[in-house]
Structures are given as structure tokens and as C-alpha cells.
Write a protein that binds this ligand. Sequence first.
Ligand code: ATP
Ligand code: MG
Length: 379
Amino acid sequence: MLAIHFSEIILKGKNRRVFENKLIENLKIALKVKKITKKSGRLLCQIEEKKEIVERLKNFPGIDIFYFAEECDLDLERVKRRVIKFLEKEEFEKFKVETHRANKEFPKTSVEINKIIGEAISKELNKKVDLKNPDLVVRIDVLEDEILISKKVYKGIGGLPVSTGGRVVCLLSGGIDSPVAAWAMMKRGCKVIFVHFFNSTFATLHSLKKVERIVKKLSEVQLNSKLYLVPFENIQREIIKNIPAKYRTIIYRRSMLRIASLIAEKEKAKALVTGDSLGQVASQTLENLYCIYSASKFPALSPLIGFNKKEIIDLAKKIGTYEISILPYPDCCSLLVSKHPETKGDPEKIISLEKKIENLEALEDKAFKLAKVKEFSLS
Ligand code: ATP
Ligand code: MG
């Protein structure tokens, strides 16, 4: 029996049920099961412990902790026997028993249960109690109509179930940062729609596979995803023709945000998301971000803005996107830009430069209309 504890959902007052039901709905898809029951503040599901399932749940928004448990009647004598049998083949020396009593009617307190079960393990299996530094923690959950016994508790990422927090459009490059930014939004309950801009002169269908692999990986967290692949070469050609090299990145990125805004409108999303981190590269000074974000019709959210590169890399490794992100890829944002880009972009100057490209808006509209949409779901 798999037992799952909700994370912050508990705090959501009257809306609590909505959050719980969404988590159940998401879990049914992720675990490919038909039945998940709610009992004593836990979600219970009949499923075998497998590495793949553990990995998926460890990165599943809305889960505080989870464990695989043996079920037993509300009878401590039986629990004792089951625990001994359950631990017979385990290798450990020092242990601790931790009881959680959701059923307040149960005649023994948590402390009493710890003592009874602990003594049995010491005596029958000849092991030592160690409350500070145990090799193994036996967890006993006393529910309304049964007792659960488990020996390993896994930690989830917390957060809120995907699709309880609205929709956002994430600008996904081939790099390390933007997949982590998308994941952070999923963790807070958003459904993320992806958009990637590519220059077909450099990016082949094969190199786009890398971006698709990132989206596929992140679909393990949000179950299914949509990716817009937007051809950017015509816009880049005009920018390169008309704009001095030192301003090009800012204008590339403003154009990307305008096109992403069109996608957000179509998708009924409420914000754009980028992988920016303050000061990490020249385009990410506060002045430049001001210039770039002011081209967006929607709030531009950057969940990694205060993170160091090392922290972002550690997260990327944890969520499994790092290995894909470091594969070589022709990044169109760095196409024909200056070695010494502008770091103090001035919005008025940028807007007047943009005016030199006569048909920019029409080109952006065309790129939006030419975008290819791909859908991904959990395998
Ligand atoms: P990343 O690792 O996410 O690529 P970065 O540190 O390399 O970030 P930039 O290349 O300046 O920084 O990009 C900043 C942000 O702009 C990215 O995080 C992403 O949100 C967006 N972006 C850049 N290039 C593209 C692209 N080709 N398609 C979609 N979004 C992009
Ligand atoms: Mg990049």
C-alpha cells in the first residue's frame, strides 16, 4: 500500500478539496491506477514499490512525503508480529519506532506504541534502540480502521498540484536555466506551455530533438505538455541587417517576448516565464531586463532571478534536465552578437532602434502563425 501525505494543501481552507481532488486526478495518471482513496489525511493506493515510481513521486508537485506500507488490523499484538516478520531480513543495528496516530480513539498513545513495538524488535531481533542516530526508522500509522507499517519514508518536493495555479508560457532555450524555471512554476501548481525559438539556418530537425527531450522530461512532472516551435530566422535576419551588434540580444529577446505574448493570449495563460538570473550574463542586468520585459504584454516571471548558477545546476541535476541541457546546441540568442554587448539598455533608445525594422510586427505575427505545435505526454 502506497501512502502519500499532501503538502501545503492542508492550508488551503475551503478550497482544500479542490486541491486534494486535483492531486488525486494527477496521481491516477502518473501511477496509471484507477483507485486512490482518502483516509485519515492520507492518500492510499494499492501499488508495488518500484524505482521508477519512487523517482516520479519524489518530483511530483503537491506531495510532502510518501511511503510503502504493510497493512494490519487495529490490533497491536498482530502489528508486533507483522513488524518482526517485516524486519527479519533487513540489515540494521540501531533503530527507532515513530508512531503517528491519526485515529485519536485508539486506546494506546503514540509513545506507548513506540515502546511496545520497540521492545518487541529489541527482544526478538536483538537490535538496539537509538533515537538520535538510527539505521532504520519503523513508522507506524494508526488510521481509522487499520494500521500501516513502513520502514522508509521518501521526501517529496512539496508545492501544489499541477493545474491548480493557472497557465503560463515558458520561453525554453536549449540551456540549463529555463527548464529549471519551468519546473519551479510547475512546483507552484502551474501548467506550463513551452515556446522555443529556433533559426532554421543553424538548427536542424535533429538539434530540435534536444529541446523536445527536455519537454518530455518535464512532462513527468506535469503529465502532458505543449511545445510551440517558432521559426525565428526571418526576424533575426532583419535585426542583424538593421541593428548594431551590441543591441541585438536585447531586441531578439524583446521580439521573443512579444511572440510569446501572442501564444499566451491564445492559450489563455496569465504570465510568461524565463530562466533569467540577475547578472548571470550581459542580457540579465536589471537595466536590460527592464528593457526586455517591457516588451511583454503579460507579467514576465523569472523564478530563478535570485539563484546562483551553481544552485540552478544542482536543481537541474536533481530534476533530470541537466544531462540533456549540456548537449551541444546552436543557441539562436547568441547569433551574431557583440563580444561587448550593451549592459545598460535604455528603453527609449531600444524602441527607436526597433522602429528601423519596418515590418517587425508583421514578421512576428507571421512567425507566430508558422509555429509548429507538438504535444507530449507521459510514457
Ligand atoms: P538558459 O540556460 O535558460 O538558456 P541563459 O543563462 O543561457 O539561460 P539567455 O540565453 O540570455 O540566458 O536566455 C535567457 C532566457 O531567455 C532563457 O532562460 C529563456 O527563458 C529565454 N530564451 C533565450 N533563448 C531562447 C530561445 N531560443 N527560445 C526560447 N526562449 C529563449
Ligand atoms: Mg541560453
